[in-house]
Design a protein. Structure first.
Length: 135
């Protein structure tokens, strides 16, 4: 027996001394393991955190993908805004410009003014006359 750690006067003191000895042995084992594997565990923890920050759901790669999607959506939005402005301009012209309305009536609807004669040339003959036109 180690002097000073145990008292043999009663069984209860003996058990308390033994528990103190076991706690000291456990602490020494823990300290020994920490000295032996502490650096490796710390390195592993850092590696896991870095991998998570790069490849995780909110990591660097996911953020880059989200930013590229945002840029694509913004470019699409700009294109749609330009188209919208062109369509608004066309609506204004259709409401105010009689020449624009007449052009659409002639070209798309095939209408003519009274007394005018419309002559339509078949498309196959148009291609023979003008070979530079592409389909």
């Amino acid at each position: 027996m180690v002097p000073g750690c145990f008292r043999e006067t009663n069984a209860r003191s003996y058990k308390v001394g033994s528990a103190k000895l076991n706690v000291m042995d456990a602490r020494e084992k823990f300290d020994s393991l920490l000295k032996q594997y502490g650096a490796a565990l710390l390195g592993l923890l850092v590696l896991v955190l870095v991998v998570h920050d790069v490849f995780g759901t909110h990591g660097f790669l996911a953020m880059r993908k989200t930013q590229s999607e945002i840029k694509k959506v913004e470019a699409d939005l700009d294109q749609l805004n330009k188209e919208n402005m062109l369509l608004e301009q066309e609506v204004r012209e259709l409401k105010t410009d009689p020449h624009k309305i007449e052009k659409i009536a002639r070209d798309e609807l095939g209408l003519a003014r009274p007394g005018e004669v419309i002559i339509k040339i078949p498309q196959s003959q148009q291609l023979l006359q003008n070979p530079t036109v592409k389909h």
